[in-house]
Ligand binder design. Structure first.
Ligand code: PGA
Length: 259
């Protein structure tokens, strides 16, 4: 199965209604490449409903969801509620949620299952800390984390590309440090091999693996050109349309030669 490049912006806890104009500009920047790459933007929950009509079809994502469909979970937002707000994608297991909100692999798997059940596409994040990498344990750590974070429906969701994996080394997030292309290539290859071994070659071939961690318009071309890199999850550089558009343009250029 062909793997279209997926460029996703994660605004994290940034953005007021005055920033919705950035989403307008991002939709415009993505429009010429809509046949070749997928572009997603994940603003904070407060902006989702206002952003929905400004987004192209399939462009709106959320940053998290609760695992339950509804109920007494004050402050939480369910996957069906996101879907109802016009959202089509959701990030689960972001390292900031794992770190600051105590999310476990099992919770991430439950969120991914809920999202898929509600008809959302999932970007499931995994990634190691610097001490783990320095100890030479990065690959084992990431594959263990992935194994434990995958929902039961993973095989089918990977094959139909409603579940993508985002490899985000924690030490590269928001630090300006990008992992080397060799390190990214090796980790993405290991993730693909793991999925192929577990769910079969077609799933391995179909799996979209995004890289995340200080991706910019400058670093995107060499990262996206790697065989096993199928897109990027972008934080800081997705807040402004100008910097996000540079990454979209880089992806469009790579897509033209890569696949
Ligand atoms: P960053 O964030 O691009 O600011 O490093 C990436 C992410 O956390 O998804």
């Amino acid at each position: 199965m062909k793997r279209r490049l997926l460029i996703a912006g994660n605004w994290k806890m940034n953005g007021l209604s005055s920033d919705l104009v950035e989403i307008d500009a991002m939709a415009l920047a993505a429009a010429p490449f809509a046949d070749h790459i997928d572009v997603v933007v994940c603003p904070p929950a407060t902006l989702l409903m206002a952003a929905a009509p400004r987004c192209a079809v399939g462009m709106l994502g959320a940053q998290d969801c609760h695992h339950a469909e509804k109920g007494a979970f004050t402050g939480a937002i369910s996957a069906p509620q996101l879907r109802d707000a016009g959202v089509r994608h959701v990030i689960v297991g972001h390292s900031e949620r794992r770190q600051y909100c105590g999310e476990t692999d099992a919770m991430v798997a439950a969120k991914a299952a809920a999202a898929l059940g509600a008809g959302l596409s999932v970007m499931l994040c995994v990634g190691e800390t610097l001490p783990v990498r320095d100890a030479g344990m990065a690959e084992a750590f990431v594959l263990d984390q992935l194994a434990a974070s995958l929902p039961d429906a993973a095989a089918m969701a990977i094959t139909d590309q409603t579940l993508a994996v985002a490899y985000e080394p924690r030490w590269a997030i928001g630090t300006g440090r990008t992992a080397s292309t060799d390190d990214v290539a090796a980790m993405h290859q290991a993730i693909r091999r793991f999925i192929a071994d577990r769910f079969g070659a077609p799933a391995g071939e179909a799996l979209r693996i995004l890289y995340g961690g200080s991706v910019t318009g400058e670093t995107a071309p060499s990262l996206l050109a790697l065989d096993d890199v199928d897109g990027a999850l972008v934080g800081g550089a997705s807040l402004l349309a100008t910097s996000f558009a540079a990454i979209i343009a880089a992806a469009a250029k790579v897509a033209a030669v890569k696949r």
